[in-house]
Write a protein that binds this ligand. Structure first.
Ligand SMILES: Cc1ncc(COP(=O)(O)O)c(C=O)c1O
Length: 384
């Protein structure tokens, strides 16, 4: 028998994050590639997980998520964004944000539809669109400040455009959307029926006193948006894979119609723990911790030949250029850096569907100071 497996999407290789983390392990490299912290989560959050399990939260949670978690999220959103969300009908707990993005796309897409993505873009968007029989239309962000070119976005819209995916704070560039960005988008799609999938997983990680503007806060766009979050990024527990999607009642109903048959529900003790943790009022804001790490990394990198781009305004990531001392393509450079110098990073061309290579690397600074110092010590040995 000749079994033929269908090609479900156009990404031909294992994701760059797995590739670089595997290479990092093989070469005992300091891993600043994949976006996960190497420091511990808050001990109380771990204790709540054990408490959840020992107090009977071990069976399937309701399909939409534990009511206590949805309630805690609604309170948190009201406090932080001054937006009233209905915990019963507008919030769905998901096994992470990537799943929520995929499910939102599955909810709205039909074969032949088009979805606009802004590149560089997180690498799950394109396959998630294609696995739904639709086509990703890539619009490149400016190469200097990574702002959207609104004329290009406008030009990319056709009568097949079903959605646009927004990501703020942005992976990999660390740019954050201003309210003016949201207003521009609103103006462009006002007379269309284009949905917005807003990936806001780094919402808690904005620096230098800046504010994160959520699609939830935009009165016009919130009525057509699926807004996606991840507890992993906010509470340093990416391995728990718990996130949520907030959308208006009719969109949430449709989202759950899909969700009930692909995941149905999410890890119950983790939901219990996150609900209890959200209710604590004396948590150290994650942005304080991460801003200190960003500043430490930026200062330390002056000992290396890399030229850092503007300081990251949000997310876990800082971009750096090596164009002035090497002509190697960025993926080859990143591999060489891992193998010869023992530091793993992500080549930014991996975030472009056409492989655009501007000789940039993405460094994850969500690491212990000693990890960042060890990486910089190695990078300082590069001669040019
Ligand atoms: C922009 C962006 N969206 C989504 C995700 C996935 O989040 P989760 O682990 O909750 O699926 C990540 C993870 O790195 C990310 O960087």
């Amino acid at each position: 028998m000749d079994f033929q497996l269908p090609q479900k999407h156009s990404a031909t290789q294992t994701t760059i994050f797995t590739q670089m983390s595997t290479l990092a392990q093989a070469h005992n490299a300091v891993n600043l590639s994949q976006g996960f912290p190497d420091f511990d989560l808050d001990a109380t959050l771990g204790a709540f997980l054990a408490e959840g399990s020992s107090s009977g939260f071990n069976q399937y949670a309701p399909m939409a998520g534990l009511p206590m978690l949805r309630g805690s999220i609604a309170t948190d959103i009201l406090l932080r964004y001054k937006v009233l969300i209905n915990a019963d009908s507008e919030i769905t707990i998901t096994p992470g944000a990537s799943y929520a993005i995929y499910t939102a796309l599955t909810t709205i897409l039909c074969a032949g539809d088009e979805v606009i993505i802004l590149e560089p873009a997180y690498d799950c968007y394109l396959p998630s669109i294609e696995m739904n029989g639709a086509m990703a239309i890539a619009v490149t962000l400016n190469t200097t400040d990574f702002a959207p070119d609104w004329q290009k976005v406008k030009d990319a819209i056709t009568n097949k455009t079903k959605a646009i995916i927004v990501n703020t704070p942005h992976n990999p560039t660390g740019r954050i959307w201003t309210m003016e960005d949201w207003n521009q988008l609103a103006e462009i799609i006002r007379d269309t029926s284009i949905y917005v999938v807003s990936d806001e997983v780094y919402e808690q990680l904005v620096y230098d006193g800046a504010a994160h503007f959520s699609a939830l806060q935009h009165p016009e766009l919130s009525t057509r948006s699926f807004v996606v979050y991840s507890f992993g990024k906010a509470f340093h527990n990416t391995g728990w894979k718990v996130g949520y999607c907030i959308a208006p009642v009719h969109l949430t109903k449709a989202f759950r119609h899909i969700h009930q048959f692909i995941a149905f529900s999410v890890n119950t003790p983790a939901q219990y723990a996150l609900a209890k943790h959200l209710q604590l009022t004396d948590k150290l804001p994650a942005c304080q911790l991460l801003e200190a790490k960003r500043n430490h990394f930026i200062a330390a990198m002056t000992q290396t030949p890399f030229k850092l781009l503007a300081p990251s305004k949000g997310s876990y990531f800082q971009l750096a250029s090596y164009a002035h001392f090497s002509h190697l393509p960025d993926k080859e450079f990143a591999i060489m850096l891992t193998e010869k110098f023992g530091v793993a990073t992500i080549p930014v061309s991996a975030f472009y569907s056409n492989g655009f290579d501007n000789k940039l690397l993405r460094f994850c600074f969500a690491k212990k100071e000693e990890t960042l110092n060890a990486a910089v010590e190695r990078l300082a040995k590069i001669e040019f």
